[in-house]
Design a protein around this ligand. Structure first.
Ligand code: NAD
Length: 292
């Protein structure tokens, strides 16, 4: 059996998305007279956040976006951060605003999310966009779950009637991916830290999405033979990255699985670019139609 074909290549799928975004960004610029713009705000000096922000900046440049990164010290008063968001909300050259989380202690993350114009909320975390997703209405959706859906599509499997188990119930991953899987007609269970007998719950699943943040929590013998496994976890242990799924064990059992790294991670940034492009067209079209 060719085992390599089971491994979903997130890097390759993301590269195709980025190529497509670059072509459409050029179309946008030709039409609007300026490129799509993404502003990223980083507060404090969390090392992982710094790496993420740098890769977002680089990705923007590669597809021809205008990107700005605002680096603020952890001592910045929240009022100053909110004032910056307000300025970016009003800036017609800015189509996407991303505040890198986690914020340092003392910041009210909910207040910060609520301050972002929902039309520029490329992280899809504003309650209006979360509510639209839950109601099945169009809107900006969180990047990681959007990328996961794209990876599942590459398997060619129709989710209609399939049993999906999502492990994790965060607003960033667990809840939105559950809403998307439901919209794709899967029968969805959301498991979390208080779930009783998780292995048995996971064993029912044709599709498992693990978004927990615990190294190799999901073992091979938890999985139904032939299941599709999407591993969202990023667990850094002694300089090495691990997923939430014991990859080698799982590979023996599944029909498809995402590796860590090189699975979901590259898709998250690709979807951020796609969301920014989507926001740029929507904002500019509204302006052209006099709705601004
Ligand atoms: P989170 O900490 O907000 O949520 C974790 C969830 O896991 C919680 O809902 C909790 O109930 C559940 N959980 C914790 N322990 C559990 C257990 N023993 N059994 C079952 N459920 C348990 O995390 P998050 O933001 O959703 O991220 C989850 C993981 O995904 C992290 O490792 C994070 O780094 C990673 N992540 C990766 C990407 C990417 O681009 N690849 C993006 C976002 C998050």
């Amino acid at each position: 059996m060719d085992l390599t074909s089971k491994i979903i290549d997130g890097k390759a799928v993301a590269a195709l998305v980025r190529k497509d975004v670059a072509a459409k960004a050029a179309e946008f610029e030709a039409w609007a007279g300026f490129p799509p713009g993404l502003s990223v705000v980083l507060v404090g000096d969390d090392p992982a956040s710094q790496v993420y922000v740098r890769s977002k900046e680089k990705a923007c440049q590669e597809v021809g976006f205008h990107s700005q990164v605002f680096r603020l010290p952890a001592s910045t008063p929240q009022s100053e951060l909110l004032a910056l968001i307000d300025t970016l909300n009003k800036d017609p050259r800015v189509h996407g605003i991303l505040v890198q989380f986690p914020l340092p202690e003392g910041f009210d993350q909910t207040a910060v999310i609520n301050a972002i114009d929902p039309a520029k909320d490329v992280d899809g975390l504003h309650p209006l966009n979360a509510g639209r997703l839950a109601s099945g209405l169009p809107g900006l959706v969180p990047c990681t779950p959007k990328g996961i859906m794209r990876l599942i599509q590459t398997t060619g499997v129709d989710l209609t009637g399939k049993t999906a188990v999502v492990i994790g119930r965060s607003n960033l991953v667990g809840k939105p991916i559950a809403a998307m899987l439901l919209a794709a007609n899967a029968t969805v269970t959301i498991a979390h830290s208080r779930t009783v007998d998780l292995p048995n719950v996971v064993r029912q699943a044709d599709l498992v999405v693990a978004a927990v943040g615990r190294k190799e929590l999901v073992r091979g013998d938890w999985l139904k033979p032939g299941a599709i496994v999407i591993d969202v976890g990023i667990n850094r242990v002694e300089g090495k990255l691990y997923g939430d799924v014991a990859f080698a064990e799982a590979l023996e059992v599944v029909s498809a699985i995402t590796p860590v790294p090189g699975g979901v991670g590259p898709m998250t940034i690709a979807m951020l670019l796609e969301n920014t492009l989507e926001a740029a067209f929507a904002i500019q079209e509204a302006k052209t139609n006099g709705h601004n």
